[in-house]
Structures are given as C-alpha cells and as structure tokens.
Write a protein that binds this ligand. Sequence first.
Ligand SMILES: [Zn+2]
Length: 775
Amino acid sequence: MHKRFCAATALTLFLSFSLSTVAQRLPTTVAPTHYTLALTPDLKAATFSGVESIDINLKEPANSITLNAIEITFQSVTIDSHGAEQTGTVSLDPGRQQATFTFPNTIAEGRATIKTRYTGILNDQLRGFYLSKTAKRSYAVTQFEPTDARRAFPSFDEPAMKATFDISLEIDAGDTAISNSGMVSDKPGPDAGKHTLVFGTTPKMSTYLVAFLVGDFECQTGEQDGVALGVCATPDKVVLAPFALDVAKFALHYYDTYFGIHFPLKKLDLIGIPDFAAGAMENFGAITFREDVLLIDPKTTAVASQTLAAVDIVHEIAHQWFGDLVTLAWWDNVWLNEGFATWMENKAVAAMHSEWEIPQMAAGEEDNTLNIDAQPTTRAIRAKADTPDEINQAFDEIAYGKAGDVLLMVENYLGEETFRKGVHAYLAAHEFSNATAEDFWKAQTATSHKPVDKIMESMVAQPGVPILAFGVPADGKVSVTQQRFYLSPAIKPDANQKWTLPVCFKNSATVSSSDATSGALSNVPPRPGWFGAAITGGSASPVQRASSGSLSCDLLTPGANTLRIPASSLFFANVDGKGYYRSAYLPEQYAELVAHVESGLTPVERISLAGDEWAQVRANKANVGDYLNLVAALRSDPSAQVLTEVSGGIGTIAYEVASTEEERDALGAWIRHNFEPAYTKLGSPAAGDTHNTLQLRAGLFLLLGYIGNDDAIVANARKIADQYLADPHAVDATLGAAALGIAAEMAMPRCSTSCRQSTKHRPIPHGGRKHCNCS
Ligand SMILES: [Zn+2]
C-alpha cells in the first residue's frame, strides 16, 4: 500500500470491529495450495454470491478445518478427501474472523478439497469486496490488504499461506472485469444478460494480493519487456492514462534489470478507482490507485504533484517483487514490504528523472521521519502485530520511512552494486515464498562480508533516533558519544541504549577544490532580540567544492568512543545525508560548516545539516540564532528542496516562536532582505525552466508572500491565482498552485495571534497546508 494517504489506515482502524482484538492466527496443520473462485456480483443489490473450492494439504488427520471468513453466509460446505465426499457444518467466530467446518468422519492426512457456496455483501466501507460509486454508476472492486480477503472469499488469509488462484466472474453484459492474471475466455451467460470472464491461473501468492474489479473500465495499453501493460480507468478519465503508462514502462524495465529477476506475470494493469481509501495497492498484476494519484495531466499539474504520482506508481510496481513475489512471513515485518518499496521508489524515479532532484526530496522526507522517530510514542521497525487492529497500525512512517532510510544507509555503506547483489540473492532465494528480516540481512551479510546483520538488528529492533556528538577532529580520528535523541527537552534518554551504525565522513576526494564563498553571512542584518545568540563569525578559510569521490566510513559500535576519519578540510559526519542519525557539532565546527555550506556540502548534505540543527533547536540543544545563520547562508541556494527544508523551520519560527507582531514584522523584513534577490534573479516562468527552477520560484514566492508579507508578491499572487482559476493552461501550474495558496490565505480574515501560534496553523506547505481555522 502507499503511505501518503495514511487517512486510509485511520479509516480502517475506525471501522475495525472492537471484537477483532482477539489474537487469531490459524492452525498451521492445514495448508492451501489452490483456490478456484467463481463470483457473481449484483451491483444493484450490493451483494455477491460465490462458488469456491480450495485444495488443501492436511499435515495430520482432522475432523474440522478452520479458516478466515467474516460477513459471509454459507449455503453449503463439503469436503473431498481420498475419493470420499462428506458434508460439513459451519460454526462462525466473528471475533476471530474465522469459520470452522466440522465433518462427521475424520479427514485423512494429505490432500483434500473444500467446496463452499456462499453469499456476501458488496459493502460501502472501502475494504473487502466493495462498491465504489461515481455520479453515473457503481463499480465492484477489492481492497484486501491486510486482512480483508476473508470478506470476499473464505480463505486461509495469512501472508505465508500462499496458493495459486483460478478466478472467474459472471457480470452484466456491457461491463468488463480485471483481475490478477489476464483474461483467458469471455462467454455469454450462464444467466440472461450476463457474461462470464475467466482469468488465467495466478502464480503462488498471498490472499491479500488477490484483486477483482467490475465495471465499465477502459484501458490504454502498451508493452514492455514482453509484459502487456494497461492503465485503466472509468471511461471519462482514461484519456489521462499516458503519464502513468510512461512511468510504468520505465519502472518495469528498470526493475527487471536491477533485480535481475523478470517481472513474473504476463500482464500488469494499473487501475484508477473512484472511491479508494489507500493511496494505492500493489495487488499482483492488478495495481489499484486512487484516481488522482494515477491519472494526471502533466500540463496542468504542479511539478510536486507529478513527482508524487510517479513515486506512487513506481512504489507499487516495486512491490511486485518486494511483497508480491517475496512476501513478509508475518505482519510484524511490514517494513520488509514497505521499507523496501519506499527505498526503491526514490531510486527508480531518480533514474527516470534526474532533474526532479529526488535525493533532495528524499532527504527532506528523512528529516521528517527522524522527527517522528524522536517522539516518545515511536516504535521499533519490527513490532508485534497479531490482531487486525495491530496489523493496520503497523503501516506507519516507521515501517515506510524509517525502514527505507535504514536500507539507504546500508546501501551507501556497502556500495550500490554490492547491495544490489544482496537484494538479488534475497529475492532469488525466496521467490513465490515468504521471508523474515533475518533472511534479508543474512543475505546481505553473506554477499558483502560486512556486519549488516549487526547494523540492521540494531536499527530494526530498537526504537528511536541516535544523536552523535562529535569532538574536535584531529590526527585522523574524532571522539564521539551516542545517545537517543528526543525532540522534547524534558525526556532523559536511557544511557544504555546504543546502536551499531556506519558513520561516513567528508574526505579530501568529496571536498576537493578551493572555492571560498565568503561573505555569505556578511549580508545578515541585525536580528530581532529574540533570535538568540550572536551571529557566528564568517571566518572563512579557503573552502572546497563538493564533488563525488570514495566514501570514508567507520562503524560505530555501542562500545566505541572514537571513529577514524579521513583527511579533509571540512568536518562533516553524514556524507550524502544517508546516515540515520542526528549529528551535533562543536560550535567552531558548526560555524565552519555554515561558512562553507554552499561550496563544501552537496544539496542533500545541506538539507541534512539544516534538519539536524532545527531538530536541536526544537530540543533546546541549539538556538534560533545559530539556525538562522545557516538559513541566511542558504539564501541563494539553487536547490528548491533546500529552500523547502528551511521554509519549514522559518514557518515555525514565525508562527510558534515569534510572540509579537513586531517580532513577526522583523522576521518578515529579514526574509525579504535575504530572499528577494534570489526571487528577482529567477524572473518570470519561461519555457525552458527546469523542474527545480519551477519549484524554487514557487518556494521563494510562498516564503516571501507568507512570511515576508511582501506587498508586490501578494498582489501578484492574487493576479496569478485569478488567471490560474480561469484557465489552468494560462500560467505555470507550480506557480499557480503557490499563488492560490497565498491568495486563499490573504482572503481569510486575519488570524488572531493565539491562532497563528497554534499548531492548527501551518502557513508554509511542508507536506500539506492547513488553514488557520480560529477566525
Ligand atoms: Zn507500499
């Protein structure tokens, strides 16, 4: 599933029965091998009927068989075993979401086939087999992850109980259906006004990945690496399919090559669903999406939204390997699916669109994850998840973001090719089967001969973020202490909690040529009194320009208090920002980094440094003045994502730290003074503008409009917003979206100071804007 619509998880939680808090694993004495499923949905009556047979293997003789079923009414249950058929009785346990079939005679060990006839409900709760509605009509669609296949067909609904599936659907004439495999036949009947679609046998897969969708879907099709691709939607929306089709083609080929394992099905459909709670769902061969995630017009869509759409699409396609081909053995390792897809989504989109600055975007997201993980309420990546409620709660930022960040750190430490070989070994060893966390890090440890098991165990089993405090670097080493970092200054960390992790330093290869950008701080006007400490000096020694080069990493272990460091003119302890930790520098090292931030650090490293400093301001371990010195040094930064990163901190200073109008006015003047030159230099949108330039202009526009209260910007925002509303093609969509935000803000009654200071008000978009709602 995709994370950006975590409301889906909340919704599922809300809908979950309170009864479902009972632990409810199935016995392991019965294993399914194949399902034959014939379904007849009645969209008008919002019901469906099913005829199902399940081939099973009994490890020992039994008189009863227990599987998952909820909101299912059984008409009949029989079992064939060793040539004898008998009829069973059904007892339901709604609390455990289980049904038990009991038979008069003992069923022998070995193969048997259960046959059931049943009816169910096409519900309106966006899970199981449900009705999705537009103004014109209804669609019958599915969403099974994690525990809702049992609402559509009686099943051994656990991820490790993989089986093959033969699915057929009897549907209204004029409608079509899509399922995991391609259609193999389409025949009229058997009932009048109906036709029956039969789909090919699926590979061995988990129940939560089964999908069937019924309605008047239309598709645009293509082909990549011998796989038939389709992007499908309601008839009015299918015109918007080309963007997704292009992304899917790229991703499929990229993954075929990267994993060294060909996409395991003959076809892959991506389907936009009118009502869909999750952002997207990686059903094997039939990925479902919310329409607005899949179907976009790049001409009228802001670049940030295009990026997110592409990221969502490649995330789900990555799941076809991580999740569908190789599946978590149980839901305590949700990160094995979601962390991998999150790590891979950035890699694939960065390969497709290097100009989209994906590593910078990922660095901003990592900063956000580090802050979530610095709350006392965080959890370890691997966590107990037994009931449907607990399983749903496991789909959080820790399983997605933190796990993805940890994989990025390990990949950076091992090197991309070594890591890729480990990924291939892991997937090849467990294809069409299941895996645990240990399976993954054993494969990586064996491939790399480095202690990946120790690093991953340390990161996966422990909650929280380490902060590494460095001493003065000298003689090829630096002293370091590690402890858990909390954003709340009131929380005392447990002195015994330590991590094993790689720490990578700038070296003379990554900081090479002399190119001082002195004077970055000389332009800073006096700050309002509440800004805190004096501006640190701009005592610039000759600075070095960042360039690519070999990594210099050392492994921090729980007992270590020094690390080996390479020769370098600039001390920076998180190369490429890929380490999952916060760094704390001595004042003189921090001042050096600020003085040389534009020339000595890469954009991703600037985001990492700004994130670390702002987090320490929040934790009362650094002051606002030191942070604003860094912001001033970044005022001409060419990267839109760097500006986005510091805009988050500035917005909080304006609305949560500043306590008077005078302080906010002073901050506004300071913003205008520092950032107007960069905005002016960019000029108006032009045909050749890069994705980054479009976003940088919009970001400066927002900053100057919201916090700078720049009269000219605000007036211009109203004009651009009017043009954009009248004709989305008339202005650049990225600037248009920013202008709409400013115009809406200015149209609202001015918020009171207390409201502007409240957490309800977030004027700078940082993953979504919330209005002041106190007026
Ligand atoms: Zn996912």
